[in-house]
Design a protein around this ligand. Structure first.
Ligand code: NAP
Length: 471
């Protein structure tokens, strides 16, 4: 596919091959954009902003609503592409597209709601005779940099609120999964977005991404990806806004009074969905010692029953990871944990990018499987004896995206809500729960700022005060 630069579909001599992680076959190629392309995109976006400024809120609402309709009409084609390039199962891919339609629709609605409020100037000793208000105005050019795991919905969480608020967007998709994002380019153009207001520039993050991040004409970088790349961007971005949606090693506490019937199979699916490559995958489960053995036995049984394989087959439950080097990395981390005293109860066998769901118990707290983001189909289950210990275990992480707790005890639920260091705490469900309208984002090294169209728009606009002296 070509890339969408300056309102045109353009090719480059050098290309990036996009591969199906299951069998390594080439699905498509995309241009390997470079620094000059990134600079061209910024110039075009600056012009596009003049067009965006002329649109009314109703016009922006109409364009986004139309994009939602077009995405709906192309949803199976989009799901097939996402499944092929990411390796997620076709069912997971359909779920992602359905959510992206929600994200678009929510953003369209927000376009009409975006307003300011009156300011009570005369409440100040020197404010008599003044009346006025503040408005929220767009920032200008926003750069969106996205990861491989949810190419459509996570890009949508940036593109749609940015356009709803009247900004221009340059999207730099992950090089492993750019094709569905280019298809989004077709959809937005057909929906009537001014051609220079939305561009998709493919190419290496280290060149295209870097150039976009460093340019002073860009007013904001909205990034979703790994903590390390996020930190690099924060150092390079200079005087511009940034939101960072980064990784995590999310935990769930299962108390002795948990409704296990409710917890299963959620706790199992949440560890292995998208082969564990979800930023809020369940990686660490802390189970009260009194129910530990029963819990682990059932967990292993359900993990072993999952069908691993070709993601495009309807019956597959766990597809491949993004590439074989990643399944090998996770295997190495499991081996390291086992060498340090952990027990591997099932799974962890690899075949190319596929890995069978792995359950590790009694994992020491100083190995990578515990401390870092595994981002693979592996889960740690460790016992705890006191509730305070469970909270301490959850907080023993540099990350803090979301956490979960299963309990019927109101005191414990509220205590966890107060004490757990995470952007969201999910009571009686897994940390992996997300609907697209909620405020979503991390504390600690899991990120800065919040997404969810209503909240993203706040990050993507600034306040302009208007004051009249009516004396
Ligand atoms: P990644 O390696 O950090 O890449 C993310 C994006 O950053 C890609 O588009 C990449 O481009 C680009 N990039 C790389 N180096 C760059 C640089 N120097 N300057 C600017 N951009 C650069 O992440 P990933 O492996 O695709 O995704 C997995 C990570 O994303 C996990 O850590 C996961 O937890 C996190 N994630 C977080 C959330 C959330 O909402 N909190 C959601 C999903 C995923 P190239 O592909 O060209 O290198």
């Amino acid at each position: 596919m070509k890339m969408l630069l300056g309102g045109e579909w353009v090719e480059r001599r050098e290309v990036i091959e996009v591969r199906n992680p299951y069998d390594n076959s080439v699905i498509d190629t995309v241009p390997k954009g470079n620094r000059e392309d990134a600079l061209k995109a910024i110039e075009a976006a600056l012009q596009g902003f003049q067009e965006m400024k002329k649109l009314t809120a109703y016009e922006r609402y109409t364009i986004l609503s139309k994009a939602a309709q077009i995405l709906e009409s192309r949803k199976e084609e989009m799901a097939q592409m996402v499944s092929k390039e990411v390796g997620k199962t076709i069912k997971e891919a359909r779920g992602e597209i359905a959510r992206a339609i929600q994200t678009l629709t929510l953003s369209a609605e927000e376009a009409k709601r975006l307003a300011g409020e009156g300011v009570r100037f005369d409440g100040a000793p020197t404010g008599g005779g003044k009346v006025g208000l503040y408005m929220r105005v767009p920032l200008g050019v926003i750069v969106a940099i996205t990861p491989f795991n949810f190419p459509v919905n996570l890009a949508m969480h940036k593109i749609a609120p940015a356009l709803a608020a009247g900004n221009c967007v340059i999207l730099k998709p992950a090089s492993a999964t750019p094709v569905a994002d280019l298809l989004l380019g077709e959809i937005f153009l057909e929906a009537g977005v001014p051609p220079l207001a939305f561009q998709v520039v493919t190419g290496p993050g280290s060149e295209v991404g870097d150039t976009l991040v460093e340019d002073e004409r860009v007013k904001m970088v909205t990034f979703t990806g790994s903590r390390d790349v996020g930190k690099t961007i924060m150092k390079k971005k200079g005087y511009k806004r940034a939101t960072m949606e980064l990784g995590s090693n999310s935990a769930v506490i299962v108390c002795e009074d948990a409704q296990l019937e409710k917890a299963f199979p959620r706790v199992v699916l949440a560890a292995y969905a998208l082969a564990g490559q979800v930023c809020i995958s369940v990686q660490r489960i802390f189970v009260h010692e009194s129910i530990f053995d029963t819990f682990v036995e059932r967990y292993v049984e359900e993990s072993k029953a999952l069908k691993v394989g070709n993601q495009l087959l309807e019956e597959t439950q766990v597809g491949p990871m993004i590439e074989p080097k990643e399944s090998q990395r996770v295997k190495d981390w499991i081996d390291e944990a086992v060498a340090a005293g952990a027990k591997l109860l099932c799974g962890g066998e690899i075949d190319g990018a596929l890995m069978t769901p792995a359950v590790v118990t009694h994992c020491p707290r100083n190995v990578r499987l515990f401390t870092a983001e595994a981002f693979g189909p592996v889960v740690i289950i460790n016992p705890f004896s006191t509730f305070e210990e469970a909270i301490e275990l959850v907080n023993d992480s540099v990350y803090g995206l979301q956490a979960g707790i299963y309990t019927r005890d109101l005191y414990k639920a509220w205590e966890a809500a107060k004490e757990v260091e995470a952007g969201g705490i999910i009571i009686n469900d897994v940390p992996t729960f997300r609907v697209d309208l909620m405020p979503y984002g991390g504390m600690k090294e899991s990120g800065i700022g919040r997404e969810g169209p209503h909240y993203a728009i706040e990050e993507m606009t600034e306040i302009k005060l208007i004051c009249f002296d009516v004396n």
